[in-house]
Design a protein around this ligand. Structure first.
Ligand SMILES: [Zn+2]
Length: 123
């Protein structure tokens, strides 16, 4: 029987019931399909439920469904803790009308920033 000497050998979070419930919710929401490359287990990849903002940096978001995306193990390994890219399609966040409104607000915001920004020479 294997015994673990170091606490770091087991990630208790990944064994917790809370995580398993949220993980299944993420899989149900997005489908067991990589948000980055689109592959599924049928393509021979292992599916991971990934924290967009890493747990190590954002422990408060560890069980937040909005912070989860489905990645295959290959994409997930490439991502690591270095990137916090949300690979999910933006259309998931709202209806096309809501998306258009968001784009309109972003455009208005960038225009406002352009007019208030006097450039590095202003000071
Ligand atoms: Zn992938």
């Amino acid at each position: 029987m294997t015994t673990f000497q170091r606490a770091g050998d087991i990630d208790h979070f990944l064994l917790s019931r809370e995580w398993r419930v949220v993980r299944m919710r993420a899989l149900e929401r997005d489908g067991a399909k990589c948000a980055c490359c689109g592959r599924t287990a049928r393509h021979g990849v292992v599916m991971n439920v990934d924290h967009i903002k890493p747990r190590g940096l954002h422990p408060e978001l560890a069980l937040d469904l909005a912070n989860l995306q489905i990645l295959c193990s290959e994409c997930n390994q490439g991502k690591g803790n270095k990137f916090q890219t949300d690979w999910r399609a933006p259309s998931r966040s709202g209806t096309p009308a809501e998306e258009a409104e968001r784009q309109r607000q972003l455009t208005a915001l960038s225009k406002r920033m352009a007019t208030t920004n006097h450039g590095p020479d202003a000071a």
